[in-house]
Design a binder for this molecule. Structure first.
Ligand code: ZN
Length: 405
């Protein structure tokens, strides 16, 4: 293991400025400084840009499978859930062990530059796996599945769960207004009735939000998670995103499950840009999109002192992409899997191009080689064998396009 090192020369995207020809020093898993210092330096030769590693604000790791399920448009999530559970794809998916589905889900995220994920599931489902996964899956949250009479009754009730969030300074996460039936559309009103609309609320989907709902969400400083790919697939439309942004709501982007959402966060942000253009006939700024997968989700999930930006003292969760150094934000918004060149979590390299083999060798981790979109990559663990195992279980050469190996 290497405790101290630097990476240079790089274009570095910090909260205040974009630094060119710069250097970053990592010390004991944390960002130490951006000045040259006498430690082992890894030369990053080429047109590379350093961002904080990304966060996916809403995924269903247990549901990491393919293809998408259902026939749109639905009135709310409930009939879709019925279609899911009666689908032959669901049956095929469930042949694999839950832990393997979680592993595939985290690899899907890792190869798109993510080191932190919020998983849709309640604690009793994901807790047994979290410490064995290659990236960080958040443990600290309270939740309600939804707030309608027909929700899945996760947790100890909306009032109790919100109180837990306030007492422990953690997020209270719930799906809300994911549909257009009368009950779904009352989501914000129901939440208010339970005294659960506030700074700790992280509200996922909100496609039924009225303008009045959006004002309330903004006034109470609740956070919003936008899953445009999944929304448009299931309902033919998504939330009033410009109104949410104009009201000053903190917006993050999540992929949702691959059973409805885009294949990965890179596809999701491109889809977000496209759907915004279609809805409002104007461009959603690339810098704003990048914040939705870095600074904004860490604020919503109350981990901003540790993650989400490149600043002294934060964890060394780093993403290096190959792209145009003069246009860093649009380079990330337009990046494909092959462009994800290096990913570090807490200062340790866990994924990257094989040209950086020397870095991986110095850390001496258990890594394997894979080929993604024609590029040779090194990755922590052995997703190749995992895919072989899943193929053996279903009895044919299953392709999962979000993990194209
Ligand atoms: Zn969900």
């Amino acid at each position: 293991m290497i405790d101290e090192y630097s990476l240079s020369p790089l274009t570095i995207v910090t909260p205040d400025e974009v630094k060119h020809d710069a250097s970053i020093k990592i010390s004991n898993g944390k960002i130490d400084s951006f000045t040259e210092s006498k430690v082992k330096n890894y030369e990053i030769d080429g047109s590379y840009i350093l961002f904080p590693a990304l966060m996916n604000a809403h995924d269903h790791l247990f549901g990491t499978y393919y293809p998408r399920i259902g026939t749109s448009p639905y009135i709310c999530w409930l009939p879709w859930d019925y279609d899911l559970k009666n689908s032959p794809i669901y049956e095929e998916r469930n042949k694999s062990e839950p832990f393997d589905l979680y592993l595939v889900g985290t690899y899907k995220n890792l190869i798109s530059g993510i080191t932190t994920v919020h998983d849709h599931m309640p604690h009793h489902i994901n807790n047994p796996f979290i410490d064995k996964l290659p990236i960080r899956v958040l443990k600290d949250y309270s939740l309600a599945h939804e707030v309608s009479v027909y929700d899945l009754k996760w947790g100890d009730g909306i009032d109790v769960e919100y109180k837990k969030a306030v007492e422990n300074n953690i997020p209270f996460v719930t799906h809300i207004e994911e549909g257009f039936d009368v009950e779904s559309m009352r989501g914000i009103e129901i939440l208010e009735g339970h005294h659960a609309l506030g700074e700790h609320s992280v509200l996922v989907h909100g496609i039924g939000f009225s303008k009045k709902d959006i004002k309330k969400v903004a006034r109470k400083k609740a956070h919003f998670v936008w899953c445009p790919g999944s929304n448009v697939y299931m309902f033919g439309r998504t939330a009033k995103i410009r109104e949410l942004l104009d009201a000053g709501v903190n917006v993050s982007i999540g992929t949702d499950s691959p059973a409805t959402g885009e294949l990965n966060i890179l596809d999701e942000i491109r889809f977000a840009k496209k759907v915004y253009k279609e809805m409002y006939n104007e461009e959603l700024d690339d810098e704003i999109i990048v914040r939705m997968i870095t600074e904004n989700p860490v604020k919503a999930f109350r981990i901003q002192d540790k993650l989400g930006s490149l600043a002294k003292g934060k964890l060394g969760d780093l993403l290096i992409i190959s792209g145009d150094q003069n246009n860093p934000y649009s380079s990330l918004v337009n990046a494909h899997l092959k462009d994800i060149s290096l990913v570090f979590m807490e200062g340790t390299p866990i994924y990257g191009d094989d040209k950086f083999e020397n870095i991986f060798n110095d850390f001496g981790l258990n890594c394997t080689r894979i080929n993604i979109e024609g590029k040779d990559k090194i990755i922590i663990g052995d997703p190749g064998s995992l895919m072989e195992k899943m193929r053996e279980i279903v009895g044919f050469h299953k392709e999962l396009p979000f993990l194209p190996i």
